[in-house]
Each structure stands twice: as structure tokens, then as C-alpha cells.
Design a protein around this ligand. Structure first.
Ligand code: ACM
Ligand code: ZN
Length: 557
């Protein structure tokens, strides 16, 4: 009996202890993505008025990032945080030591000082993003907030990313977003330590980049005569819709992105998704047109004609200008959703197939082989200019030349196959990373969307290495989410679809699998939500049981 009582008491104590530990949440620094190693200490460092020191001789980009941080701190705290070149045992000091590692950093905060040692200019930037998120959220308001509690919790942090490619995509063809909104999008990506924007610049519904050799491409190819209404395919609102970026604007966005650590990868989607260009140059299509800049969504059967040499001259001229504008080592050439119906009927395409000796096999038609020929020819041109291609996973069908990178969107199978065949891969499966899908099952309250359901939790659950043979794992460069804008007309709606799924994505990209913890990231999200409010972002609160975007009606599948 006595033994039973002792056992009962012991069990009750264990239960109490475990329920106490449930109540007492483990403390974190509330940074997203969560740093890899965090050791909390007692006390806090007072930030307002602290001097900022930058190691002399480190590269100009890193120095500029540190100086900008000092200026924003001065403005936010209302007390000058003087920027100095040099070293000090007090204040906030930054230095670079390559032995820390690429894109990596260490932060050590005690009551007297904040010491940052980064591996490179990217590590400096990421340390600043971490410190920024640890500060009072007023840091992000853009206006002085002298009454906020300007302290940094004492802590030691060691941090580095899991993947080198941490991307987000933006479709500006279906709906156009002005330069200021693109920069705002880049800012929130940078806050999450992302480093690639995949910019989808051309499609059936509008060509959005100025090409000097073909001025009418942007002037006329960017304008559609109307847009289908909701999901009703037979409608057209009859309202002219357009917009494009001049080359000066492109250069401005590219250099802004570079300053916050983001490389922009432009996409010129070919040989399908080309109605914007075909409208202006109908001779590049199989039938000769006329073609309209499309007012509806979906996949057009009208595509570029690879039977004509003129088509390749056009592609090369366009890409030559694009490659000068974008310093990215990668150029995305699309390759998705290219119906072959016109190619099957077109005398020029059939002649090309015959001349090249392209024949069907059990898995691939001669026309699929013709798309392989387009990809290979464009790849060779891009390679000759010292750059590499990325294509959607359709480019894997049939043959693909060495050195191409595959974006696996129709699932992960394309990525697994590509990596196993020795191609580099970026994982972007619709199942987890299509941010144009609904983000809760309350589709009656959420703004009308393309359909599907990709919740915050679904994004967070993705494991990029699942199913990848060990020997092929080096080919998984990273992860990206895609934001197609058929149903997204306004900056507010764009941000609503992006946030906070971007937070979940950033942890998939950055954190090692052991660091991933859904409860912890949701707690940090409460803090991030306050940052979004301060910085003027619209965001979806479905994670917290609130649904809908004011002023935008919901829509069922
Ligand atoms: C795609 O979503 N068509 C790549
Ligand atoms: Zn043709």
C-alpha cells in the first residue's frame, strides 16, 4: 500500500512537472527564421545612443549595410547612434572573419556591448536582420519612437543557412505591380534572409519589360483589352489593363535588391506563354496570327514557332538585353505548359523536325523533342554569355543538356528525377509552395483565389530532402514559393497572400530540420505580425483563427 502511495505521488509530481513545462514556453529571441544556435543570458544592452563600430577595411557593401543600420537606429530611438570606423569594447561592433563561413554570423550581446563577427557581407546583413527583429517593433515604423524600450536581450547566437538558394517568385504579368511594391516585396524577403527573387516578367497576359530593340513589345505587348471576371472564363470586363518596367526602372530594382542581398532572376517564359509577344510579332507564331494579349487565364495553344529562324533571332535579341540588365548567373527560360497542337500542324515546325531527324519514342512525341531542341539552343546561347538556364520541370521531358537547373513545380517527382540524373534542382511543388492557393479552409471568407489549399502549416511541413537519394542531395540547391497573380490585383492582396506563409517558407529554407518547431514559429509570428503592422504590410491571420481581407469577397472552390 505504502509503495503504491509513493508511486502515485511520484507519478503526480512527474505530471505536474511536465504540465508546468508546457505552460512555461521555452524562451526564444522571436526571430524568423529561428537562428541555428541561441543561448540566452541574463540582462540587456541599452541601444539608444550606443555607438556603432565597423571594422576598418571590410568591403564597401558590408560597410554600407552597417552604416544604414546605425542611421535607422538613430532615427528609431531618437538618439544618435554614431557610426565609426574602428573597434571598441563598448557599443555595437561589426567585423568580418571569413573563417565564420559564407552567409554566416555570430552575435554576442552582454550588458556593455554587442559584438558581431560575420563570414562575409551577407553574414553582416543577416546579423542586422536578426538584431532588427530583436529590437522593439517600432524599429520598423520608419518614424522615431523614443519612448519604446530600446534594449537588446543578452544572448549568444551562431547562425548559418541550410540552403544556398532561398527564393521567392513574383508574377507581374497577370497583374502588374509598380516599382515601390516590388521593393516592399524585396524588403520583406530580405527580412527573412532570402536571397533570390524569381521575377516572372512575360506571359500571355502582358509583356512587362522594355526591350530596346523591340520597343513595341512593352508598349503594345503589355496592354490587354480586358480581363476575365472572377473565375468566369467566358467573360471580359472590357477594361484596358497594362504596365511595364522601363530598363531604367529594372536597373533601379536590380541594384536595390543587390543592396539588400537579393539577386533577381528574370524569367522570359518560352516557347509557350508568349501571347504578349505574338500580339506584336504575329510572324513568330505558327499561324501568323492575329493574336491578342490574352484577357483570360490558363494555357494558350498559341506559342512561338520553332520552325522559323526568325523566332530564334528574336529570342536571342531579347535575352541579350535581359542578360545585360540582370547580373544573375541564372536566367529562367520557362519551358512550362507548351501545347504542341500548332506545331503538329505547322509546315515550318514539321520541316524542322524532319531536318533534325527528330522521332517519337514510347514516352515522347517528335514535337516534345522539338521543345528539347528549343531548350538546348537557348541554353547554348545563354551559356555562351557566361550564364546558366533554369527551366520549369517540363524541360526534363526527353533530353536535357548538362548544366541546366530544374524547378520542380508539378510535385517533387521531377526534382527527384532531375537530381538523380545529375541536374541541380530548386523545389517549388504546387502542393506546398503555391502561394496563389487559399491559405485556410474558410474559402468562403478568404478572397477569391485560384483554388487549392496551402496553409501555413502545410508550407512548414515540407522536407526538401524527402525522397532524394543521398548521392543526389548535393543537387538540391534550395526551395522557393511561387506567387501567381491571376486573381491578385492590388498590393494589399499580394502581401496578404505572401504573409505569413513567407515566414514558414523562410524556416524551410534556413533552419536545420531539428530547429523546426511549429509551436515556436507560431509564437514568434505574433511578434512578426506586429512588425508587419508597424511596417505597413497587409497579412493573413488565419493561423490565429481570423479570416478574410476586408473589402475582398471570399470565394469557394
Ligand atoms: C507553372 O506554374 N506553370 C510553372
Ligand atoms: Zn510552327
Amino acid at each position: 500500500m505504502r509503495k503504491n502511495v509513493i508511486l502515485y505521488c511520484a507519478a503526480a509530481l512527474i505530471l505536474m512537472a511536465s504540465s508546468c513545462s508546457n505552460i512555461q514556453m521555452p524562451e526564444t529571441v522571436n526571430v524568423i527564421p529561428e537562428p541555428q544556435n541561441v543561448t540566452l543570458k541574463d540582462g540587456a544592452f541599452k541601444v539608444a545612443g550606443a555607438a556603432v563600430y565597423c571594422q576598418p577595411g571590410i568591403d564597401g557593401i558590408a560597410t554600407a549595410r552597417i552604416e544604414k543600420f546605425a542611421n535607422v537606429l538613430s532615427n528609431a530611438t531618437g538618439k544618435k547612434c554614431a557610426f565609426n570606423s574602428g573597434k571598441s569594447a563598448k557599443g555595437i561592433s561589426f567585423s568580418v572573419d571569413p573563417s565564420v563561413g559564407k552567409e554566416s554570423y555570430c552575435i554576442d550581446i552582454d550588458k556593455r556591448s554587442v559584438k558581431v563577427v560575420a563570414g562575409d557581407a551577407s553574414g553582416i546583413l543577416y546579423s542586422i536582420q536578426t538584431l532588427s527583429q530583436m529590437l522593439p517593433v517600432e524599429f520598423f515604423s520608419g518614424v522615431p519612437a523614443p519612448h519604446a524600450d530600446w534594449v537588446l536581450r543578452c544572448v549568444s547566437i551562431k547562425d548559418q543557412p541550410r540552403f544556398g538558394y532561398r527564393g521567392m517568385h513574383m508574377d507581374v504579368s497577370r497583374h502588374f505591380f509598380p516599382v515601390e511594391e516590388v521593393k516592399k516585396y524585396l524588403d520583406v524577403m530580405a527580412l527573412h534572409k532570402m536571397n533570390r527573387l524569381h521575377w516572372h516578367l512575360t506571359d500571355d497576359q502582358g509583356w512587362r519589360i522594355e526591350i530596346r530593340k523591340y520597343p513595341e513589345l512593352a508598349q503594345k505587348g503589355s496592354v490587354r483589352k480586358g480581363t476575365m471576371i472572377g473565375r468566369n472564363w467566358s467573360t471580359n470586363d472590357g477594361i484596358e489593363y497594362g504596365g511595364y518596367y522601363t530598363q531604367d526602372e529594372i536597373r533601379d530594382v536590380v541594384s536595390y535588391a543587390e543592396s539588400i542581398g537579393i539577386t533577381i532572376i528574370p524569367e522570359i517564359d518560352l516557347p509557350g506563354h508568349m501571347m504578349g509577344a505574338l500580339h506584336v510579332y504575329p510572324q513568330l507564331g505558327c499561324t501568323g496570327g492575329p493574336y491578342e494579349v490574352w484577357h483570360q487565364w490558363g494555357v494558350s495553344e498559341q506559342v512561338l514557332c520553332p520552325g522559323k529562324e526568325e523566332t530564334f533571332a528574336f529570342i536571342e535579341d531579347v535575352l541579350a538585353e535581359v542578360m545585360v540588365l540582370f547580373p544573375s548567373e541564372y536566367i529562367h527560360i520557362g519551358g512550362d505548359e507548351c501545347p504542341k497542337t500548332e506545331w503538329e500542324k505547322c509546315p515550318d515546325c514539321q520541316k524542322r523536325i524532319k531536318e533534325l531527324g527528330l522521332t517519337a519514342d514510347a514516352g515522347h512525341s517528335a514535337e516534345t523533342r522539338l521543345q528539347n531542341y528549343v531548350t538546348a539552343r537557348v541554353q547554348e546561347f545563354v551559356n555562351r554569355h557566361g550564364k546558366k538556364i533554369i527551366g520549369w520541370d517540363e524541360i526534363l521531358e526527353g533530353e536535357l543538356a548538362e548544366g541546366a537547373t530544374v524547378m520542380s513545380w508539378r510535385g517533387v517527382e521531377g526534382g527527384i528525377e532531375a537530381a538523380s540524373r545529375g541536374f541541380d534542382v530548386i523545389m517549388v511543388p504546387t502542393s506546398h509552395f503555391y502561394f496563389d492557393y487559399y491559405q485556410s479552409d474558410r474559402t468562403d471568407l478568404e478572397p477569391l483565389s485560384i483554388g487549392g489549399n496551402v496553409t501555413f502549416e502545410k508550407v512548414y511541413s515540407f522536407d526538401p530532402m524527402n525522397g532524394i537519394p543521398e548521392s543526389a542531395s548535393k543537387h538540391i540547391l534550395g526551395v522557393q514559393a511561387n506567387l501567381w497573380t491571376e486573381y491578385i490585383r492590388t498590393p494589399e492582396h499580394l502581401e496578404y497572400m505572401l504573409l505569413p506563409r513567407l515566414d514558414a517558407l523562410s524556416e524551410v529554407q534556413w533552419c536545420s530540420p531539428e530547429k523546426r518547431d511549429l509551436d515556436r514559429v507560431k509564437r514568434s509570428l505574433e511578434h512578426m505580425g506586429q512588425i508587419y503592422d508597424q511596417a505597413g504590410y497587409t497579412w493573413c491571420k488565419a493561423v490565429f483563427g481570423e479570416y478574410g481581407l476586408p473589402g475582398m469577397p471570399g470565394g469557394r472552390n
